[in-house]
Design a protein around this ligand. Structure first.
Ligand SMILES: Nc1ncnc2c1ncn2[C@@H]1O[C@H](COP(=O)(O)OP(=O)(O)OP(=O)(O)O)[C@@H](O)[C@H]1O
Length: 306
């Protein structure tokens, strides 16, 4: 299947002379949730803004479902719903009016049944006659999503959808996004919460200093870098790892009270059984143990550092 969004050789130099994007090539597949990660100032918003036609590229091309965003701007833009980082909408309008008006902006005929469905899907139906100013922060965010969906876009861009949103609500937002995907909407989200990408994304792109430095299916990424750590909390302090245990490359931590063994979950043998046997032989006893999966966060931090 052809990608729904195709970005090719995209560069952006701002008037200040600063180059925010340095030749981005990126395809977004139909129906996927794509998470774009990157530190502050990496170029995420610039990239989204160019795809949505809000900012002009210096060079390169973007097409949305085959429509070039330069030469067929209206056709391309009508396929996109954008939920910007900042919430700005008329505080004194009602939810219903705000969302209906957004649809009108795209020149689409009125469709009250559709607006009703969107509001119900986003649990906003009971608030349809409330003024925006009367809503909680989380509800306001959902109104922004309702607005972006009002003209039936095929792709939804969420620029940091859960920044400053509490844990409960964040999970609610993830649910909303998953439901959208189930209905066939492609979702591109930027986030600082790696947990969010880990939880939701089908594919992850990492951008740093205007360049895509990683593009991978999340599951593969987790597997590729997927080392596990076994942490042994010792009963008695040891000063050094005995020489006979050198092959395990153990790390001694926490004032000699903790041994950490890193192993590969994919390999045939983890080495855990023999490690535990060898520890016993060396008279090292432990009070407790736990294992930890390397998280996407660790993968991300090590990549950006490099
Ligand atoms: N209008 C502008 N003029 C000059 N430089 C700009 C302009 N807009 C953005 N930049 C610069 O381009 C770089 C990328 O900014 P951008 O907003 O795309 O980053 P981001 O990845 O979205 O960051 P954040 O995570 O902080 O939102 C930054 O260094 C920023 O200062």
């Amino acid at each position: 299947m052809s990608p729904i969004i195709s970005v090719s050789g995209l560069t952006k130099s701002y008037a200040s002379g600063f180059t925010a994007l340095k030749g981005i090539d990126l395809d977004i597949n139909r129906g996927e949730i794509f998470a774009l990660l990157g530190p502050n100032g990496a170029g995420k918003t610039t990239l989204i803004s160019i795809i949505c036609g809000i900012v002009n590229a210096t060079s390169g091309t973007v097409s949305v479902d085959g429509h070039d965003t330069q030469t067929s701007y209206r056709a391309a833009r009508s396929l996109i719903g954008l939920v910007p980082q900042e919430l700005h909408t008329d505080s004194f309008e009602t939810v219903w009016a705000t969302v209906s008006f957004s649809r009108g902006l795209f020149g689409k005929p009125k469709n009250p049944a559709l607006i009703e469905k969107i509001l119900k899907d986003l649990s906003l139906w009971e608030k349809k006659d409330s003024k925006i100013i009367e809503l909680s922060g989380g509800m306001k965010r959902r109104v922004m999503i309702a607005k972006a969906l009002s003209h039936e876009p095929q792709v939804l861009f969420l620029d940091e959808p859960t920044a400053g949103v509490d844990v409960e609500l964040r999970k609610g937002m993830w649910e909303v996004v998953r439901e959208l995907r189930a209905k066939g909407v492609t979702v591109l989200l930027t986030t600082h919460y790696i947990e969010e990408a880990e939880e939701m994304a089908d594919r992850v792109g990492v951008i740093n200093k205007g360049e895509i430095i990683l593009l991978e299916e999340k599951a593969k990424l987790m597997q590729q870098f997927g080392k596990k750590r076994l942490k042994l909390h010792l009963q008695n302090k040891i000063d050094a790892v005995p020489a006979s245990l050198a092959p395990y490359n153990l790390e001694l931590g926490k004032d000699g009270m903790e041994l950490v063994y890193t192993y590969d979950t994919k390999s045939e043998r983890t080495g855990i059984t023999s490690l535990l046997g060898d520890l016993r032989e060396n008279g090292i006893r432990f009070a407790d143990l736990d294992t930890q999966q390397n998280s996407l966060e660790e993968i991300f931090v090590s990549l950006v550092r490099k």
